[in-house]
Design a protein around this ligand. Structure first.
Ligand code: NAD
Length: 477
């Protein structure tokens, strides 16, 4: 049984209740986590405050950097163990689970190096004055994390917050907690003081809500759905608590007729099947120049038919979805497509070894999806790619911007002028030209516009969000 991790100790929830941990590859329970409550959040927030006030505020930036680097190295030593934990918990193919562990190593490495490079400025002012700005941590930061990339999102969010001098209370998703509990234990082993990183598991509407409402939390980093993002914002607004929202997406991949298709095709496929399409920055809408619509769809169809789906440990192209309700959600979208007469170009194959009780979905390529249909507007969060054609640049921009989201965009063209014009006109937080990083790159600021959220995590930019600026004016004559 897994326990909460508070003040460097494993503790049971005061509720005395637990939740089962389900393996998505076979749908069977294999462990339990604590179903925590507001009292557990109180305990974690108190531990974080004690840490901040007694120890952490005296730790120098350089020493914080050493601690983060020690954790990065420790995670690297335990990368296979962590990848195996995440694999079973989330149903990730081995390649993906290992890539996520490697990203976690890199996040702590990056933020280790950043700790002592964050500084304020001196400002010109009146004669006889000196004015400076200090970048100060918020204090105790709350981190609400989704199930699709627990290690990566913990790395970018908690790594940045600690680097900036905060201490953290973390609420992982109820479907995927195990790796983060282990990382917190490793942090204690390398010397993080008790209360610097606290993990409290349970349901979002219980323990997540309690965390977001807690007056001892000074900043909230939320990654998850737009619906819950709205709730977090409302709750945080009551006490004017700053929030970073990393929400969903319906990211367009825009392919012009002069694109290098050899390069584009594998990237277009990967952008929607990576993590079984359960990626906020999945390239889920495919906008194709009408001149190459038919030939590109034909080639993509061939690629989709080769995709194999199965249990995580078989390490195929695609693993299971996280849970049965997610599988049902994807089925509902696909049955809506059928009702609307949206043609299917191709589907991958679920292998015979996949147990019937697992949560599998074959990657599916749909064409001629009407721009206003919910398949072209809403996040499916599964391996479903929706293609449509465009006439010219203006039409491509119109389609690209025709959703409530704006997280990532991919642009495929050899025309340099068009690359810049498109990058400027597409509404999104990141633009990839002739590549698709799916939010990748520890160094690259990441976040959305419109309903994809606001604030930036990743890169050095994140540190500005995890700090507040104090202006100090001295009159010295
Ligand atoms: P979700 O919003 O249901 O849950 C996210 C987290 O919020 C979980 O830890 C959950 O327990 C918690 N939560 C749920 N209800 C809550 C409440 N009332 N108060 C406080 N916390 C609550 O999202 P999900 O289904 O876990 O993840 C999928 C969504 O996350 C998708 O929309 C996806 O695009 C988005 N996402 C975004 C990014 C990004 O960086 N932009 C990254 C990953 C996932």
């Amino acid at each position: 049984m897994q326990l909460n991790y508070i003040a460097n100790a494993s503790v049971r929830s005061s509720s005395g209740k637990t939740l089962p941990v389900i393996d998505p590859s076979d749908g069977q329970p294999f462990d339990e986590i604590q179903r925590s409550n507001a009292q557990d959040i109180d305990q974690a927030v108190q531990a974080a405050h004690d840490c901040l006030n007694t120890v952490w505020h005296k730790v120098t930036a350089a020493e914080r950097g050493r601690l983060l680097m020690a954790l990065s190295r420790k995670i690297a030593e335990h990368a296979d163990e962590l990848a195996a934990i995440e694999q079973r918990d989330c149903g990730k193919p081995t390649k993906q689970a290992k890539a996520d562990a490697a990203a976690l190593v890199r996040y702590f490495e990056f933020y280790a190096g950043a700790c002592d490079k964050l500084h304020g400025e001196t400002l010109p002012y009146l004669d006889g004055y000196s004015v400076m700005t200090w970048r100060e941590p918020h204090g105790v930061t709350g981190h609400i994390i989704p199930w699709n990339y627990p290690m990566q999102i913990f790395g970018r969010s908690v790594g940045g917050a600690l680097a900036a001098g905060n201490v953290c209370v973390v609420k992982p998703a109820e479907d995927a907690c195990l790796s983060l509990i282990r990382v917190a234990q490793l942090a204690a082993e390398v010397g993080f003081p008790a209360g610097a990183i606290n993990i409290v598991t349970g349901y979002g509407h219980e323990v997540g809500d309690a965390l977001a409402r807690h007056r001892g939390i000074h900043h909230i980093s939320f990654t998850g759905s737009p619906t819950v993002g709205t709730l977090i914002q409302q709750v945080a607004a009551e006490r004017h608590c700053p929030v970073t929202l990393e929400l969903g997406g319906k990211s367009p991949q825009i392919v012009f007729s002069d694109a290098d298709l050899e390069q584009a095709i594998p990237a277009l496929v990967n952008a929607i099947v990576q993590n079984a399409g359960q990626t906020c920055s999945a390239g889920s809408r495919l906008l194709i120049d009408q001149q190459i619509y038919e030939p590109l769809l034909e080639r993509l169809g061939q690629a989709f038919e080769k995709l194999r789906v199965g249990p995580a440990t078989l390490d195929l192209d695609v693993g299971p979805l996280i849970r049965q309700t997610q599988q049902q959600r994807v089925w509902d979208f696909l049955s809506d497509a059928q009702v609307a007469g949206i043609p299917m170009v191709a589907q991958g194959q679920i292998v015979d070894e996949a147990p019937d009780t697992g949560f599998y979905q074959a990657p599916t390529l749909l064409r001629d999806v009407p721009v206003k249909h919910r398949l072209a507007q809403e996040e499916v969060f599964g391996p479903v790619l929706c293609a449509m054609s465009f006439r010219d640049e203006d039409h491509a921009v119109e389609l690209a911007n025709a959703t409530q989201f704006g997280l990532v965009a991919g642009i495929w063209t050899r025309d340099g002028g068009r690359q810049f014009r498109m990058a400027k006109r597409v509404q999104s937080g990141q633009v990839f030209i002739n590549n698709y990083g799916a939010g990748g790159g520890v160094e690259l600021p990441f976040g959305g516009v419109k309903s994809s959220g606001y604030g930036r995590e990743k890169g050095f930019e994140a540190l500005y969000g995890f700090t507040t600026l104090k202006t100090v004016a001295i009159r010295h004559g």
